[in-house]
Design a binder for this molecule. Sequence first.
Ligand code: AMP
Length: 281
Amino acid sequence: MVINSKMSLQETLEIAKKEGNTIGLVPTMGALHEGHLSLINFAYSQCDKVVVSIFVNPTQFNNASDLEKYPRNVSKDAEFLKTHNPETIVFTPEVNEIYSDKVESEAFEFGDFINFMEGEFRTGHFDGVGSVLKRLFDIVKPDKAFFGEKDYQQLRVVKKLVEITGQNVEIIGCPTSRNEFGLAQSSRNYRLNDAQLKEAELIYKALTKAKSMFSSNSVESIEKEIKHMFEAQPSFELEYFSIVKEKDLIPTKTKDPKEHYRAFIAAFLGEVRLIDNMALY
Ligand code: AMP
């Protein structure tokens, strides 16, 4: 079922809730793939009804051309969902349904961790993410909402968002879904040709390398190694490689055996910006 007005969505959900169903929400920007599907299946394992929102949120893009080139194909997405999960309620609002006439972000105090990685390189990105999700949670009022660890910093932002807004929704993180060569599924992969898809595996190789080096090497020497790996493949431009303490998501140069760490990468392959991360434990 595809619904584009928030009123009809709320009517549908009202009935479902009255019948005692729990509601799961999977927010997406469309161009659906196996990664989204893994979230949807996870949602179905925990909720009676699942809403998948498809909305390319303009306020979270800091780059006009990235927004313009973001892959969009709602009818293909609807077909994809019909094939895999025909029960899914697909919400495809227009921009004015979400933002009325003011397409602007709200400013949130998410904490210091958003000054790094995605927050550092995509100015205003997380305020945009917070603004759209706050609205989607208000419209859908889900019991649970599902987010991928592929966007790990975002997952933590969303957990902080509901702490700030006091919205009554449980945020569930789901593991990153990868292809057989380790490449994390992403809507942006649709913009890569076959040769680039092969090259893109470097990100996973680099993260795996960092993980294998972590116990017996310094953070600095791991960073050096990863930089070398990217320099050896000039079609790629590494934007950042960061090792962070999982607790606070702040990049670090030191290691404490009592802490857990994660490595994060953002890199451009041609014009396409790809991100990924991995636990180092
Ligand atoms: P997007 O449409 O890219 O905004 O992603 C929508 C949701 O799907 C976010 O919670 C993402 O973290 C999640 N997601 C995207 N790719 C993957 C993946 N490969 N594995 C798991 N979750 C993913």
